[in-house]
Design a protein around this ligand. Structure first.
Ligand SMILES: Nc1nc2c(ncn2[C@H]2C[C@H](O)[C@@H](COP(=O)(O)O)O2)c(=O)[nH]1
Ligand SMILES: [Mn+2]
Length: 208
């Protein structure tokens, strides 16, 4: 059953729709600044309070996308998809698979939010950019292209690299074990090869 959750109710205090100015994209930039501040819930739920932000996660994903070797893949498209895929979390927040929000409700909130950002903010300044961002976000959400498939895999891989970094800091290979089930979600051969190398590095670290 969907709630009455609405993106308009979650705008930052200093940003209102009334501030939208066709010649100034500032209001949108103030909304997405939330991504730089909002920490990733999965780590907070495991008491890692000085953890990465949503923007940190998307930044490293975009760099990882630049290193894809598969000649069939448009890497620039992957970089774009990586940079927009969690943009709706600026208003929705970072919902984990363990939060009491159904997949359908999470999708509805994120879909309503990306539409809101594109139609009520970005479009007034740059119509083409609004369409491109909407298309790139939708490609990720529906895994609508080979590029989206790679970015879905890199989303999980980046999380696992971050997980290993926290495990090394804590010198603990059990506290964050839950995250490693994501290994099975990685479908492309190239990113799966990155995952296997990561698993080997983790095994060696905790065997030493
Ligand atoms: N507690 C867990 N949290 C998890 C797990 N897998 C992902 N997550 C977290 C990571 C993010 O905070 C959030 C969603 O990430 P997206 O990049 O997909 O938006 O969910 C897990 O196994 N356990
Ligand atoms: Mn993500």
């Amino acid at each position: 059953m969907s709630s009455n959750w609405n993106p308009k109710d979650h705008l930052p205090q200093d940003v209102q729709q009334s501030m939208v100015n066709a010649n100034d994209p500032l209001a949108f930039y103030q909304i997405i600044s939330r991504l730089k501040i909002q920490k990733r819930t999965g780590w907070l739920d495991h008491d890692i309070n000085d953890c990465e932000s949503i923007a940190d996660h998307m930044y490293r994903m975009s760099i990882m996308s630049m290193l894809i070797k598969d000649p069939q893949v448009n890497k620039d498209k992957c970089v774009r998809i990586a940079l927009v895929h969690d943009m709706a979390e600026s208003l929705v927040g970072d919902i984990t698979p363990f939060d009491p929000v159904t997949k359908e409700e999470k999708h509805r909130r994120e879909w309503d939010t990306i539409q809101f950002l594109c139609n009520e903010f970005i479009q007034h300044y740059n119509k083409d950019a609004a369409k491109e961002i909407m298309d790139d976000w939708s490609a990720y959400e529906h895994v609508g292209s080979l590029e989206a498939r790679y970015v879905k895999d890199i989303d999980k891989y980046e999380m696992l690299v971050q997980c290993f970094e926290y495990e090394k800091r804590l010198n603990d290979s059990t506290k964050l074990k839950q995250f490693w089930s994501a290994v099975n979600s990685v479908k492309t051969q190239e990113i799966q090869s990155w995952v296997q190398k990561l698993l080997k590095a983790r095994e060696e670290f905790f065997q030493a």
